[in-house]
Ligand binder design. Structure first.
Ligand code: NAD
Length: 256
């Protein structure tokens, strides 16, 4: 059980982050959820997680594109036994047309934020004598697709950062690993369906099966619960000697 542990999940008012928050709460951890917004819905979401699982859950606003706010998220939480670096965005365009500001935003949110939160969290984990860093990378942290230059670069970067964090904490009761999901049906992926359908002149259903899940041999989306369950496993005693590695949850994508 993760009772008494505090888990901070970045970018967690939707999609995979929210799924991870639920699974961590189900395992007994106190939760901090986060995004850049600060709405009544965000705080109501935290309350609903707390009520459902009988743990504490706070919503802390912080923009993961801003280094100071990444570090402030960890400081404001006051404790960080489990850090799940999940915040991420996508943009799809050929290199020569890829907007510079999208490159900067993706590198900042999908990669650099994890450096800043990890730097702020490690001293707390050392003081507590236990810690788990789980980076949500991607199949695109291990392999590439065209038109996703910033995303693929950031995700490969986070896999590298995972290895360095593991080596720097190897002699301590702290581990760092990356989960590499294939396609998980979340708002991030749903947003890509209409564009893909248009580009290939297909219906959205055809685009899902023939284009999006074409890379995923199972031809099924992974679920946010499965990604959350994998993160909980990485926090279990069975995973104590698992560090500096990647776990693919991709229906066979990276076996191809
Ligand atoms: P999503 O759009 O549902 O969730 C992204 C989350 O990040 C949201 O909660 C959003 O509010 C938050 N976010 C965005 N910009 C932020 C910022 N500047 N500061 C703080 N929070 C911010 O997408 P998702 O699919 O759940 O993606 C979550 C992570 O999983 C991302 O890192 C993504 O790259 C990764 N991933 C997703 C898939 C997939 O198929 N969905 C596959 C592999 C990896």
């Amino acid at each position: 059980s993760l009772k008494g542990k505090t888990a901070i999940i970045t970018g967690s008012n939707s999609g995979i982050g929210l799924g991870v928050a639920h699974e961590m709460a189900k395992a007994g951890a106190d939760i901090v959820i986060n995004s850049f917004s600060d709405t009544e819905d965000d705080h109501a979401l935290a309350k609903s997680i707390a009520d459902e699982h009988g743990v504490t859950c706070r919503y802390i606003q912080a923009d993961m594109s801003k280094p100071d706010q990444c570090r402030a998220l960890i400081e404001k939480a006051g404790a960080c036994d489990i850090l799940v670096n999940n915040a991420g965005i996508q943009h799809v365009a050929p290199i020569e047309e890829f907007p510079q500001e999208k490159w900067d935003a993706i590198i900042a949110i999908n990669m650099s934020s994890a450096f800043h939160t990890t730097a702020a969290a490690l001293p707390m984990m050392r003081k507590a004598g236990w810690g788990r860093v789980v980076n949500i990378a991607s199949a695109h942290g291990l392999t590439a697709s065209p038109y996703k230059v910033a995303y693929v670069a950031a995700k490969h970067g986070i896999v590298g950062m995972t290895k360095v964090t593991a080596l720097e904490t190897a002699k301590e009761p702290i581990t760092c690993n990356a989960i590499c999901p294939g396609y998980v049906k979340t708002p991030l992926v749903e947003a890509q369906i209409p564009d893909t359908a248009k580009k290939y002149n297909m219906t959205e259903e055809e685009a899902i099966e023939k284009v999006i899940l074409e890379r995923q041999p199972s031809r099924e989306f992974a679920t946010t619960e499965q990604i959350g369950g994998t993160a909980v496993f990485l926090c279990s005693d069975a995973a104590e000697q698992i560090t500096g590695t990647t776990i693919s949850v991709d229906g066979g994508w990276t076996a191809l």
